[in-house]
Ligand binder design. Sequence first.
Ligand code: SAM
Ligand code: DTB
Ligand code: SF4
Length: 350
Amino acid sequence: MNNKRHDWKTEEIMAIYKMPLMDLLYKAASVHREFHDPNIVQVATLVSIKTGGCPEDCSYCPQAARYNTDITGNDLLSVQEVKKLALKAKSSGSSRVCMGAAWRNVKDGEDFEQVLEMVRTINKLEMEVCCTLGMITENQAKRLAEAGLYAYNHNLDSSEEYYKKVISTRGYQDRLDTIKNVRKTNVTVCSGGIIGMGEKVADRAGMLQALSSLNPHPESVPINALVPVKGTPLEAEKGVEVWEMIRMVATTRIVMPTTQVRLSAGRTTMSREGQAMCFFAGANSIFTGDKLLTTPNPDVNEDMKMFDELGLSPQKPFTKNKQPATVEAENSLLKSLDEKPKWSRPLHKI
Ligand code: SAM
Ligand code: DTB
Ligand code: SF4
């Protein structure tokens, strides 16, 4: 029976999160088996197509221009460079490529046209193409859909209350509005968040409440553990205990039973046993490749060894949704509107 709910209360979600661990694991694994093959895990790869120099002030992010971090920035990669990276990912078992850009929002123009060409190119490689480019308008979402985009990632990151403590240059509503724009197309929604930023369990539950109130639920929900990066305001955060990650994954699985739950940033500090418990609790996607966007990730060979040990198989592309069609640029009916959208800057002081 498909028992998806969109009316979860934060208190109910908190009660699930705080269940005795054995009960929580049993419940989450049971839900997981009802809707997914527990031995199949999606392997996705991140490609940072534009790194650093971002105007936003997300306290966790090494790519914000205002923080003095040790990353090497780059302008937008070429379509050929991205194609090469996608092929490399495919040859090591990845079925999905997520292209990340350190932008506040997408601006119509040359760079966006280049991203659209990247989407067309990777879709032709028979891989699921995902993008995370910041806020987008309805027309931009439609143009990405027409190019063959499979998923758009746009995280809520925390509860609405805690969000204000972490980011001042945009509001929660901006995030929800972008997700709404993506929902006007056939592109699937990927939206999740970060734990370990100093938030309370109520904020973790609040984030899951906000995500599960979306109808339909996001097709995928990444759960990131903060990677504390020197130079960012959150550099001194201690990092989460593995139990918190397991509880967060399990709770997400119970609250959004059919969603793909991605064990995202933070795996370098997790043991195989810890990760295995996350898979048991309902995680069924990971990012592989030795780098996330700018921070380290476990080596892909080590990950494949872990898959062997656990008897896991990588998910084939387009097993959950069918492959979108790609319309070539010259046949496109949608044009750039040269929009200048007014996204908010709620608490920003500069
Ligand atoms: N600029 C776009 C945006 O913010 O939507 C896309 C890229 S942004 C880097 C994508 C996501 O990466 C963020 O929403 C956040 O969840 C995650 N992230 C960034 N820095 C992180 C860190 N230090 N640890 C864990 N997750 C992080
Ligand atoms: C998501 O939720 N996690 C990924 C992906 N979506 C874009 C990004 C994690 C980034 C971790 C910090 C970094 O490597 O810069
Ligand atoms: Fe920019 Fe995204 Fe990093 Fe925020 S999370 S600073 S918007 S790249």
